[in-house]
Design a protein. Structure first.
Length: 265
């Protein structure tokens, strides 16, 4: 484990950020890095415990040095919002993807490009990583205090795992999701729900991502509304004007995501 809270020439991280390298899962073939942001005032000796947000594509969320071009700036956003009293103090866990294996791990069903092992990734997250984080850090481990999020295929994965594990997660950040995967399989998963789940969901897409992406996002919104979610209450829906399918656009709305998922009590 390393503490990367300092600023260097290559890595610029805000706050107390810890790294766990080569996290191993018995369900997935490839080890991965886990990076953890801790809130201001975090003290291992105190009685305070914190909600947790798990984010896929972890190399893109904190550090430009490891990301695809731009980063999400989640560390800066969380730090500023917590210090301003605008959100609950929280722990953020970035789960690195494994490069060319990302499609395989992030998709719930096989498609034209392969894939279909999201169930194995989900078992890694719920049965191995979450217990590790809960044992290592001062978390609030209940589903009520646990969120997951991601973009693109990570948004698809987030929606799928939220439906699959409502006893582990109750807050979802579904950003620019790849609803198109396997002929919109995720819409069939929502339609198959016997009832609405006790879950807050942020769903978005950028207007510059294309008409099909917006149409898919609206279809997912409508499927959730049909199950009982209410836009403006437990479902936030945003079509980000000029938003593109990239880290810079997702970074531009991370403040709003955090405010919706972790409002001050």
């Amino acid at each position: 484990m390393s503490d990367a809270s300092q600023t260097g020439t290559e890595h610029t991280l805000t706050g107390d950020v810890r790294t766990h390298e080569a996290f191993h899962s018995r369900y997935l073939e490839h080890d991965r890095t886990i990076i953890v942001y801790l809130p201001p005032g975090y003290d291992a000796e105190s009685a305070d415990r914190y909600p947790v947000l798990y984010l896929h594509d972890g190399q893109n969320v904190f550090d430009r040095a490891t990301s695809i071009g731009e980063e999400w700036h989640v560390d800066e956003a969380a730090q500023a919002l917590i210090l301003a009293g605008e959100i609950q103090p929280l722990i953020v866990v970035g789960i690195y993807n494994t490069g060319i294996h990302r499609i395989d791990e992030y998709t719930p069903t096989p498609g034209s490009e392969g894939g279909g092992h999201a169930a194995d990734y989900g078992r890694m997250l719920v049965e191995e990583l979450k217990p590790f984080i809960d044992a290592t850090y001062k978390t609030l481990p209940s589903a009520a205090s646990t969120a997951i999020g991601g973009s693109s295929l990570g948004g698809l994965l987030t929606m799928h795992l939220g439906l699959r594990y409502p006893t582990a997660f109750s807050r979802l950040a579904v950003m620019s999701p790849s609803v198109w995967w396997d002929d919109r399989e995720i819409l069939r998963e929502v339609d198959a729900l016997p009832a609405k789940l006790p879950m807050r969901i942020w769903l978005d897409a950028g207007t510059a991502e294309g008409e099909e992406v917006i149409a898919d996002a609206r279809a997912l919104r409508d499927a959730l509304v049909a199950k009982g979610w209410v836009v403006g209450e437990d479902l936030a829906y945003l079509e980000a004007e000029g938003g593109e399918h990239n880290e810079q656009s997702w970074a531009a709305r991370i403040d709003a995501v955090l405010k919706f998922l972790f409002p001050r009590a």
